[in-house]
Ligand binder design. Structure first.
Ligand SMILES: N[C@@H](CCSC[C@H]1O[C@@H](n2cnc3c(=O)[nH]cnc32)[C@H](O)[C@@H]1O)C(=O)O
Ligand SMILES: [Zn+2]
Length: 432
């Protein structure tokens, strides 16, 4: 039996109070086994949390982790043009090895910034699963199906692959990997295919993850064609099931907010991507007031351009206030809950809180820094002042992923070099 003691720090508790405590985790069960007064617990191994704050590992509720290879490749464009002119032509050249290299880079970036769980949408998913396994993180993965521009056979094969990949990888990495069925969006997958394959996913008891209501250009064609709002259309198809979560949910009207709440459908809010692509401002406070579970995601690194969930919390608070025209909207405590407990709820992991019995997924933040001085309110600091680079240690499932800012699960230098090489070769191929 092996136990790890996180000692000497302050701890963020589920009710968002902060107390001086030590946290003991079991590396066998991967659970938190005790949170107690300093000096009262013993472990086989220790992590020094002095001058630090122990928080639940952050949950990135929507990303495309291998898109780190496209970081900074095409900026300053709206979604539709960006995807069609820049992203999709380059993605068509991606090999399995490229995706592995990009995923490893993204996971290293996440570990360095205190993220322990992610929800990913992409392809070559077995490569991503292997990278997540090696990283020691938790993830909800899936193959994303697109049918626009494809003949019937190719369209069906995409949807079938989304079902098959989800069946195959669910429970991988000793249960740290779960899966979702993933139609890319309501406009990039045809109605006949949704009607045929969504029931199959539900028969498998599979959760569903899709992009929805991200831009106005995505809403208008559905309203024109079906004479109903996109989420009413989605509900009609059976897509809004209690385990479904949609990425973005920017352009949702009151009827759709009610529908999300009634059906128990969650939202992965991606504030930086929504600002960068000028997609719009999600009505996050209205969603929360209606009882919708809202998590926070970075989206891919090409529309962000980093995977730092601390940036994302700050962005979520800022844009949430603007959207509500109310400085008290989407407050500091709320964004911290969104990035921890709410995200874990969307992904279906018993993580996101420092409490006995919960998964031992945590990060230790170094508070010994000018930008974190003075320390009136550490929840405020988490939302508004901490950067990913302030993370000292990262732990997932009881295992140390980063100790004293050194990533232990990957050779970070090698991962960066490999990703740079793959990215250069990829861009060269795509330019030919
Ligand atoms: N099998 C699909 C691949 C889809 S993967 C998921 C896709 O989502 C794309 N993506 C990234 N960010 C966004 C976004 O904000 N909205 C919609 N799609 C995005 C990403 O580039 C990737 O192509 C195919 O044959 O094209
Ligand atoms: Zn996305």
């Amino acid at each position: 039996m092996s136990e790890l003691l996180v000692t000497g720090g302050q701890v963020l508790r589920p009710d968002l109070t902060v107390e001086r405590a030590d946290v003991l985790v079991s590396q066998d069960s991967g659970d938190i086994v005790a949170v107690d007064e300093p000096g009262t617990l013993d472990g086989d191994d220790e992590l020094d949390a002095s001058d630090g704050l122990v928080i639940p590992g952050l949950v990135n509720a929507h990303t495309h982790v291998a898109m780190t290879l496209l970081r900074g490749l095409a900026d300053d464009k709206p979604l539709d043009a960006w995807l069609q002119e820049d992203v999709w032509p380059v993605e068509a050249e991606l090999t399995a090895e490229d995706i592995r290299a990009g995923a490893e880079l993204g996971l290293v970036e996440m570990i360095r910034s205190g993220t322990t769980a992610l929800s990913d949408m992409y392809f070559e998913v077995e490569e991503i699963a292997d990278a997540v396994d090696q990283a020691g993180m938790r993830a909800v993965l899936g193959f994303t199906a697109v049918t626009v521009g494809k003949d019937d056979e190719a369209a069906r094969s995409d949807l079938q692959e989304s079902l098959d990949v989800a069946r195959k990888l669910d429970g991988a990495a000793d249960g740290r990997i779960r899966t979702t069925f993933q139609p890319h969006s309501l406009t990039t997958v045809g109605e006949e295919y949704l009607r045929e394959y969504v029931p199959k996913a539900l028969d498998d008891d599979r959760s569903i993850h899709l992009h929805a209501n991200e831009t106005r250009d995505e809403v208008t064609p559905i309203v024109d064609e079906h004479k109903q709002r996109p989420l009413a259309y989605a509900d009609d198809i059976g897509l809004l099931d209690g385990d479904t979560y949609v990425a973005h949910g920017v352009h949702v009207d009151d009827s759709e907010i009610d529908l999300l709440a009634e059906t128990g459908t969650g939202v992965a809010h991606c504030p930086a991507s929504n600002m960068k692509l000028a997609s719009g401002m999600a009505p996050v406070q209205d969603l929360l007031d209606a009882g919708v579970t809202v998590g926070i995601g970075t989206d891919g690194a090409a529309s962000n351009n980093d995977l730092d969930m601390f940036d994302e919390m700050r962005d979520a608070a800022m844009i949430g206030k603007l959207a509500a025209d109310d400085a008290s909207a989407v407050d500091a405590g709320t964004v911290v809950e969104m990035a921890t407990e709410n995200g874990a709820a969307l992904l279906g992991f018993d993580s996101g809180r420092i409490e006995v019995g919960a998964n031992a997924d945590l990060a230790v933040i170094d508070l010994d820094a000018p930008h974190l001085t003075p320390a009136h309110d550490l929840v405020s600091h988490l939302a508004y002042a901490v950067h990913g680079s302030d993370v000292r240690h990262t732990v997932c499932d009881g295992e140390v992923l980063m100790r004293d800012r050194t990533v232990e699960v990957f050779d970070e230098q090698a991962v960066r070099e490999r990703a740079s090489d793959h990215a250069s070769a990829l861009v060269e191929r795509a330019g030919d």
